[in-house]
Ligand binder design. Structure first.
Ligand SMILES: C[S@@+](CC[C@H](N)C(=O)[O-])C[C@H]1O[C@@H](n2cnc3c(N)ncnc32)[C@H](O)[C@@H]1O
Length: 207
């Protein structure tokens, strides 16, 4: 029992240390990197919205890929320092309270919307899954509003209640989707990523 626990900690430290050495504040960067290596979701010159961006690993990674001709806007409930790259910006806010004015202000010309948002967990699987699904539905509503037709969506969700309904909704707005569990995700974690490609034409705000 003891050695199993030690093994788990060593495994977690490997990704945390690796992220720190590479200059990223969180190990979550490797999950996005895995998806990027597989599908080249991010490209130079793109405009990207990163929901739940703190402490800023995905924001930094995405800003490196989109480069000087691109732009990344990150949003999180928690405060965070402004990124040191001129093409990246942090806005503190709640994804459940994105107003039409705010979405109009940031623009409706995004190429990619990322959401790595996670709720505060209770430890009760169904409750946590429903809280995660609610965050995902709000990320999807933002994505269908601000993405250009043809845009892509990456969203973390906890498997469980609300998952099937969320996939059904993703299918309504995206031509193709995949469900992906990165290698760098903790094995015991119920989190999984949904990637939607090629947003269908038009923009719909779910009410
Ligand atoms: C796993 S962390 C994201 C890590 C980030 N992708 C990175 O690479 O640094 C999840 C984030 O979701 C944020 N979050 C949770 N609920 C949110 C909400 N309603 N609106 C905005 N952010 C939220 C949390 O504050 C937390 O910082």
């Amino acid at each position: 029992m003891k050695s199993k626990k030690k093994g788990k900690n060593l495994w977690r430290d490997h990704y945390t240390d690796k992220a720190q050495k590479a200059g990223f504040p969180a190990r979550s960067v490797f999950k996005l990197e895995e998806m990027q290596k597989r599908w080249k979701i991010l490209r130079p010159g793109q405009k990207v919205l990163d929901l739940g961006c703190a402490p800023g690993s995905w924001l930094k990674y995405a800003s490196q890929i989109v480069g000087d001709s691109g732009r990344v806007i990150g949003l999180d409930l928690k405060p965070m320092d402004q990124p040191d790259k001129p093409n990246a910006q942090f806005i503190q806010g709640d994804a459940f309270e994105l107003t039409q004015e705010f979405l109009d202000e940031i623009g409706r010309d995004f190429d990619v919307v990322l959401s790595d948002m996670a709720p505060n967990t209770t430890g009760i699987k169904n409750v946590d899954a429903l809280k995660s699904a609610a965050l995902c539905e709000s990320a999807l509503a933002a994505a269908v509003t601000v993405l250009k037709p043809g845009g892509s969506f990456v969203c973390k969700i906890f498997q469980g209640e609300g998952f099937d309904a969320f996939i059904k909704d993703v299918k309504k707005y995206f031509t193709k989707h995949k469900i992906f569990k990165p290698e760098s995700t903790r094995k015991q974690s119920r989190e999984i990523y949904v990637v939607g490609w090629s947003k269908k034409g038009g923009s719909h705000v779910r009410t």
